[in-house]
Design a protein around this ligand. Structure first.
Ligand SMILES: *Cc1c(COP(=O)(O)O)cnc(C)c1O
Length: 392
């Protein structure tokens, strides 16, 4: 083939160059300019909310949400461990304490363990959930690889124990419920806050960028205010709160406006390519292509294979490097956050599935540009490698 098939790369088939040139020619490259509000409007319309604030990154979005919850140093925030570390680092920015909860077979936070942690390990007194002497303030829920978490169960728990819910929808722009209580609702619009990312490998990109929405439109205005140095009077430099330099730039938004025009097409391609992989892998029982939650329409951003480790006598590193030598980029799922150096002393709760999946998930190429022939090549190569090191 002689070609390299990347895991997930940006797609600029639309108006990207035109709009970025416009921004440069007009001289509006920084945190003011029409593309920023245009992108906010497009996003709000797409996910069916009133108000979205564009910012510098998904990490910044999550940080702003945490600041707004009023989380104090030492407060507890319940978080997943099998996810990208940026979902949890903002907890530390606020000197709060993460407690790591397990995932279920969807790779998202397990609501049963979340419930049993709150019920069995904590006390709920006068509307406040306490773990020992600490206040439990919030839950960060990540919709892993575009797969919607079980929001009905999670919101019930959050309501019962008075916890704020921050949805990390950085990987799930465009995912929505088709059935149940939240039918028609998009990822990031069910909890108190929803964070999005437009980093280079996400479903749309602004180079680096993100956005934040909230249940209440006034909250979004406040988040936008915090993201622009908390200016109460821009002219006379009056500030009533500690702000951040987290606003998206017009240059980023120019790219973003063009990407938003293509988002629906990108999702269609991700879904179609997933179906192709599913057909080609259906008869190959060394791996299982993980499904997306029933009752939802996922953006199918990233595809995950669960490798049956009993069938093969090799490890993930070797599989990945052989794929690489054949021109196919793949990657393992993240290392558990609770095992990373800054987090090794933090509390975990009944981690079973997270370590299980951490050793078995392989992500395979999912760019919107991938061709049918490339998908066939990826699958054939994978079958060849794995059957070549079969146990029997
Ligand atoms: C990408 C990502 C983030 C962070 O987004 P950035 O825009 O890169 O800061 C956070 N959480 C998850 C799960 C992500 O995949």
């Amino acid at each position: 083939m002689g070609k390299y098939i990347p895991l997930s790369v940006p797609n600029f088939e639309g108006n990207e160059r035109k709009y970025v040139n416009e921004a440069v020619e007009q001289g509006w490259v920084s945190t003011g300019g029409a593309f920023i509000s245009k992108m906010e409007e497009q996003l709000a319309e797409f996910i069916k909310v009133d108000n979205v604030a564009a910012c510098q990154s998904g990490t910044a979005a999550i940080h702003l949400a945490l600041v707004d919850t009023g989380v104090m140093p030492g407060d507890v925030v319940l978080v997943p461990t099998l996810t990208f570390i940026a979902a949890v680092n903002p907890v530390k920015y606020q000197y709060a304490t993460p407690i790591f909860i397990d995932c279920d077979d969807s790779l998202c936070l397990d609501p049963k363990k979340l419930q049993s942690f709150c019920e069995e390990e904590c006390k709920f007194v006068n509307g406040v959930l306490k773990y020992k002497s600490k206040i439990v303030k919030a839950i960060i829920v990540v919709h892993v690889f575009g797969n919607f978490s079980d929001m009905e169960a999670i919101m019930n728990i959050a309501e019962k124990y008075n916890l704020k819910v921050i949805e990390d929808a950085t990987e799930a722009l465009g995912t929505y419920y088709t059935d149940g209580k939240y039918a028609g609702r998009y990822a990031g619009t069910i909890g108190d806050y929803g964070a999005f990312s437009f980093n280079g490998n996400k479903i749309i990109t602004t180079g680096g960028g993100g956005a934040i929405t909230a249940k209440n439109s006034k909250t979004v205005d406040h988040l936008r205010y915090l993201s622009t140095q908390a200016k109460d009077d821009a002219h006379y430099y009056i500030h009533h709160e500690i702000g951040y330099n987290y606003r998206m730039t017009n240059l980023q938004a120019a790219l973003g406006v063009a990407q938003m025009e293509e988002l629906e097409e990108f999702i269609r391609r991700k879904q179609r390519n997933y179906e192709r992989y599913a057909e080609l892998l259906a008869d190959f029982d060394f791996v299982k292509l993980l499904p997306f939650r029933q009752g939802t329409c996922s953006n199918k951003w990233f595809y995950s294979l669960e490798i049956d480790r009993n069938r093969i006598k090799t490890n993930m590193r070797e599989i990945i490097s052989v794929l690489e030598s054949k021109g196919i980029q793949s990657r393992p799922i993240w290392g558990l956050i609770n095992e990373q150096k800054p987090y090794i002393n933090e509390l975990t709760y009944k981690l079973e599935k997270a370590p299980y999946y951490a050793e078995r998930i392989l992500n395979i190429p999912s760019s919107t540009q991938i061709t049918n022939d490339e998908i066939i090549y990826v699958v054939d190569t994978l079958k060849e490698i794995l059957t070549g090191c079969a146990n029997e």
